[in-house]
Design a protein around this ligand. Structure first.
Ligand code: G3P
Ligand code: MG
Length: 238
């Protein structure tokens, strides 16, 4: 059975990567959530995809890393989505862990590009350890150096290797990296039967992103993917 990740929560129903977004995904029966983490100015882990606020609040020009957590908690990121969510703010990883049952898989994506957050790997792992949540987690990143850093600090942690571009023989790249990668997370646009077969041949799970139509989903499942990242509510509980 495939495992599908609610991408940034249920982002069609609530501001992405916020508490209402994750709560809605959980309420829809999602068995797995995807979220992006970054560091605030005072080194707190905050859940957000973009490095800047402009998509969520046009009046805020700075970057996530320019603000402390208490400053970030004053910034509305909900009104741009709809009036109903006015007053919604970004949340910390701790806040998500507090509402997320342990049997829901979390894919925590370290957002290290274009800004590199030195030390984010240790801060993330410390947070997970402190909350007794080292299981049922995949840590992924487009920054494969970050994955190496996670592996060094927590050799048993499951690692997901993200690819945006179609690089030649991504599965061989993963193998040659020397990292203990559990899963390959490719952009879904170039995933075909061969891509899936080669990943599986080398023992990797494969979770393409972001798959939003039932037709493409069925095709990928037919190729043998282990699940997908999706924005579509219909995909969450499947
Ligand atoms: O982790 C899957 C997907 O979230 C990667 O791309 O840009 O949506 O974080 P992005
Ligand atoms: Mg992501």
């Amino acid at each position: 059975m495939a495992l599908n990740f609610a991408h940034r929560g249920s982002l069609t129903e609530a501001p992405e990567n916020t508490l209402p977004s994750f709560q809605k995904a959980i309420d829809h029966g999602a068995r797995a959530l995807e979220l992006d983490v970054q560091l605030t100015k005072d080194n707190r882990l905050v859940i957000c995809h973009d490095h800047k606020f402009t998509r969520f609040n046009k009046e805020v020009n700075g970057l996530i890393k320019d603000y402390t957590l208490s400053e970030i908690k004053q910034i509305d990121v909900g009104a741009a989505f709809s009036e109903e969510f006015k007053g919604t703010t970004l949340i910390t990883l701790e806040e998500l862990l507090a509402i997320c049952p342990d049997d829901i898989m979390l894919n925590i994506e370290i957002k290290n590009i274009p800004i590199i957050y030195d030390g984010i790997e240790r801060i993330l792992l410390d947070c997970l350890k402190e909350h007794d949540r080292m299981e049922n987690i995949i840590i992924s990143s487009f920054d494969h150096v970050a994955l190496a850093n996670v592996q060094e600090l927590a050799p048993k942690m499951e690692l997901g290797m993200l690819f945006y571009y179609r690089i030649l023989r991504a599965w061989e790249y993963a193998k040659n990296s020397g990292l203990k990668i559990s899963s390959i997370h490719p952009n879904q646009v170039y995933v075909d039967q061969t891509f899936v077969q080669e990943c599986k041949r080398l023992g990797y799970k494969i979770f393409p992103y972001t798959v939003n139509t039932g037709e493409r989903y069925e095709e990928l499942v037919g190729f043998g993917v282990d699940g997908v990242f999706s924005n579509s509510v219909e995909m969450f509980g499947r």
